[in-house]
Ligand binder design. Structure first.
Ligand SMILES: Cc1cc2nc3c(=O)[nH]c(=O)nc-3n(C[C@H](O)[C@H](O)[C@H](O)COP(=O)(O)OP(=O)(O)OC[C@H]3O[C@@H](n4cnc5c(N)ncnc54)[C@H](O)[C@@H]3O)c2cc1C
Length: 392
């Protein structure tokens, strides 16, 4: 790609978040002149910092398994490569199981997960009790465990991607909102912000919960809506829990689907649940129902947490698609315009894998992962067809 004038770039990324930061890193590794624009004051300040930092390749969707395996490879080797601590804690993901139907569901997934390279197995009850010391043993049937999964700090890692990209010449402009796209003869040519105009033949929409607004600037309607979720974190306690734990049962209170938690590298317990009904909108005020529900579920599963001090709760936005699957594609109506959006509840763990594959699409015209799996993420798919994504 050619080098150009001061306001011209080889690639422009809209959004310096979970996807945009690693995207800047991978594109700048290819020696491209990269500009990243974000309306926030620094990198990672959108939904990136709302993530609890779980990174797993334990998925049911082949594309997500492959992308997350690539992400994990980068996260776990980052510190040895660049000497920067990003809060990586290996320890895997564990899905303890109490119901026959969940046992069947998770066991049925194992062959697919393994066929895409995921190291995962079914463990008997005593091994689950060893992995999660103090777990409620009543009725436990066993569970799955993927030892290669782990946790990373979203703030530390977005700062690390920012720093390494800048070293390679990437430019970041903060406090700058994209307000328009320049398209001529069905080709993308640039972006307008509240502060200026920038030109490029390659523009990546990585705007998270703002992705739909960016699409509308190109007259395309990207079906991404903000769906809010809450999380919380405790004071640190002595390390006792290696894996992140996901309980896929719905809550008895009738308002929650799965819930999950882990202990981060600093010893804090970090936790979340998925509400049964979507919570559409951009409000980020905490609700009064989150703590009573999640603490009951936590203490029922792991009674030893009952005296742990909760330090903070927060609410953030999942950029949701109708089928819960992400969108990675090139826009047919505006060539050179790429979509890396609709990350739902997994944009942090998917970020580096997504960035690697969009970079490959831009440079080589094809993704790194299996083309068929990648095609399933198309913007032009039927978002309302029934799709069997069993692990959300
Ligand atoms: C409570 C909670 C827990 C979560 N836990 C996890 C987890 O453990 N693991 C995981 O993988 N995911 C998790 N997620 C999901 C994850 O946070 C998101 O999927 C991810 O951050 C989305 O990444 P993104 O890059 O698409 O968006 P963002 O990180 O939000 O980045 C988009 C950026 O675009 C910018 N932007 C938007 N519009 C414009 C514009 N017009 N002009 C300029 N800039 C613009 C925004 O300011 C923002 O910085 C969690 C989410 C929540 C709410």
């Amino acid at each position: 790609m050619r080098k150009m004038t001061r306001n011209s770039f080889d690639a422009i990324i809209i959004g310096a978040g979970s996807v945009g930061c690693p995207m800047a890193y991978f594109l700048s590794l290819k020696d491209l002149k990269v500009l990243v624009l974000d309306s926030e004051h620094s990198q990672g300040q959108g939904q990136n910092k709302a993530a609890i930092g779980g990174v797993r390749a334990t998925h049911s969707d082949p594309a997500k398994i492959s992308l997350c395996l690539q992400s994990i490879d980068l996260f776990k080797n980052w510190e040895s490569k660049y000497g920067t601590d990003i809060g990586w804690k290996g320890g895997g993901y564990c899905y303890p199981v109490y119901r026959e139907k969940d046992e069947k569901l998770l066991k049925d997934l194992l062959p697919v997960q393994k066929s895409y390279g995921l190291e995962i197995d079914w463990l008997p009850p005593d091994e689950i009790e060893r992995l999660i010391p103090g777990i409620n043993p009543d009725g436990i049937r066993g569970g799955t465990y993927a030892p290669g999964d782990g946790q990373v700090s979203p703030l530390l890692s977005s700062a690390a991607f920012w720093k390494e990209s800048k070293k390679r010449g990437a430019e970041f402009r903060f406090d700058e909102r994209v307000i328009g796209l320049i398209i001529k003869s069905s080709r993308i040519k640039g972006v307008k912000t509240n502060k200026g105009t920038y030109f490029s033949d390659v523009i990546v929409n990585a705007a998270g919960a703002g992705a739909r607004e960016i699409g509308l600037m190109a007259d395309i309607d990207i079906p991404v809506v903000p769906n809010s979720h809450e999380a919380g974190i405790t004071s640190p306690v002595e390390q006792f829990l290696d894996p992140l734990v996901v309980d896929i049962r719905p809550g008895e209170e009738g308002k929650t689907d799965n819930f999950y938690f882990g202990q981060n590298d600093l010893g804090q317990i970090i936790f979340c649940y998925s509400p049964s009904e979507p919570f559409i909108g951009k409000s980020r005020l905490e609700t009064s129902e989150f703590m009573p529900i999640v603490s009951r579920r936590l203490i029922e599963l792991l009674p030893r947490l009952k005296n742990t001090l909760v330090r903070r709760v927060w609410r953030g936005l999942y950029p949701m698609t109708p089928d819960g699957i992400i969108i990675l594609d090139q826009v047919r109506e505006a060539s050179g315009f790429y979509l890396a959006v609709g990350m739902c509840g997994q944009g942090f763990m998917l970020g580096p894998g997504v960035a690697r594959n969009i970079t490959s699409l831009i440079i080589n015209g094809k993704p790194e992962i299996d083309q068929e799996a990648f095609n399933s993420l198309s913007f032009y798919r039927d978002f309302y067809s029934k799709r069997s994504e069993t692990l959300k």
